[in-house]
Design a protein around this ligand. Structure first.
Ligand code: SF4
Length: 352
């Protein structure tokens, strides 16, 4: 396929085809991916999201890459569910520095009935600020999925992480089928899906291809596909894994772009360890979404400043930021905060 041939959205990828994409000469692959990218996106726009951990650590799952798992001792400070008000303040700050989507993550196996009302308030409040909303809370049942959709949740993040064949080497406390079931509930409820995986866990090329096949062969492609580079954290079982060849990581982004031409491919965890040249190559391969860093965001956020400087040097604009004039924007923020302050759910969500 040439870079200019019309890209087709397919759901029937085979392993042989996907491996053939990966095994092309690097320049041919990047050229093809960039050609597909330009058919569906402005090549000089990148969507910017902010991620906030609303409940940190002590997770009962045993994902071998994750410092938040309660199975490993990584010295991470554990935190209970954040207060709704604090989440909204963080969201307002994220918006002020140009994020269009606010992602809230909780280290749970699944949300409990006790936590759901607070989570729903967070969604409503962030939505009222004019941001797109995204959450990652673990496994959901159908009722929870419907409630989140009704509260205004735009995206649900639930990563498949790797191929079904390699999955058991990484996680034993849940199954691949569980993940696919939650994704199907999310889709049924009308929310958008954010789902991707991680490179650098000791997986083979077949596993990388297998992950992309799982995602691309879903009845609808996930709207957002985060591709993460393992961040090796001391105390986790994968702390000593070998580094991924940076060009293999770029190949993964390019193949994801070709297989899911209309999805946002997100350059996700591990970006802070990549130099600017590698990030530029990632955008060339078709990545068009980033987080402003894994942690939110205090005044002056140097990481965000650095990102904006890189965008400027590359002539990249953040995608589709909603344009409010400052007064309207400020009024919207204040009103949402006041409403939340008046809500009985404001007070110490974690101890309720
Ligand atoms: S479910 Fe999420 S928070 Fe929990 S251990 Fe796995 S990756 Fe970490």
């Amino acid at each position: 396929m040439s870079a200019t041939a019309a890209s087709v959205t397919r759901h029937d990828w085979s392993l042989a085809e996907v491996k053939a994409l990966f095994e092309q000469p690097f320049n041919d692959l990047i050229f093809q991916a960039q050609g597909v990218h330009r058919q569906h996106f402005d090549a000089n726009r990148v969507q910017v999201s902010t991620l906030l951990s609303i409940k940190t650590g002590a997770c009962p799952e045993d994902c071998k890459y994750c410092p938040q798992s309660g199975h490993y001792n990584t010295g991470l400070d554990k935190e209970k569910l954040m207060e709704v008000q604090k989440v909204l303040e963080a969201a307002a700050e994220a918006k002020a520095i140009g994020s269009t989507r606010f992602c809230m993550g909780a280290a749970w196996k699944h949300p409990s009935a006790k936590d759901m009302p607070y989570v729903l308030k967070m969604v409503e409040g962030v939505k009222a600020l004019g941001l797109e909303t995204c959450m990652t809370l673990g496994k959901l049942d159908q009722e929870q999925t419907k409630a989140l959709a009704a509260a205004g949740l735009d995206y649900y993040n639930h990563n498949l992480d790797t191929s079904p064949e390699f999955y058991g080497n990484i996680i034993t406390t849940r199954t691949y089928a569980d993940r696919l079931e939650t994704l199907s509930y999310v889709r049924e409820s009308g929310m958008k899906i954010c789902s991707g995986g991680i490179l650098g866990m000791g997986e083979s090329l077949n596993d990388r291809a297998g992950l992309l096949i799982q995602l691309a062969n879903l009845p609808e492609h996930p709207e957002s596909v985060p591709i993460n580079m393992l961040v090796k954290v001391k105390g986790t079982p994968l702390a000593e894994e070998q580094d991924v060849d940076p060009f293999d990581f770029i190949r993964m982004l390019a193949v994801a772009r070709i297989m899911m031409p209309k999805s946002h491919v997100r350059l996700s965890a591990g970006r802070e360890q990549m130099n600017e040249q590698m990030q530029a190559l990632a955008f060339l391969a078709g990545a068009n979404s980033i987080f402003y860093g894994e942690k939110l965001l205090t005044t002056g956020n140097p990481q965000a400043d650095k990102d904006m400087l890189l965008f400027k040097r590359l002539g990249i604009q953040p995608e589709a930021r909603e344009e409010h004039d400052d007064e309207v924007h400020q009024a919207a923020i204040e009103q949402a905060l006041v409403e939340q302050r008046d809500s009985k759910l404001f007070y110490d969500a974690a101890s309720a």
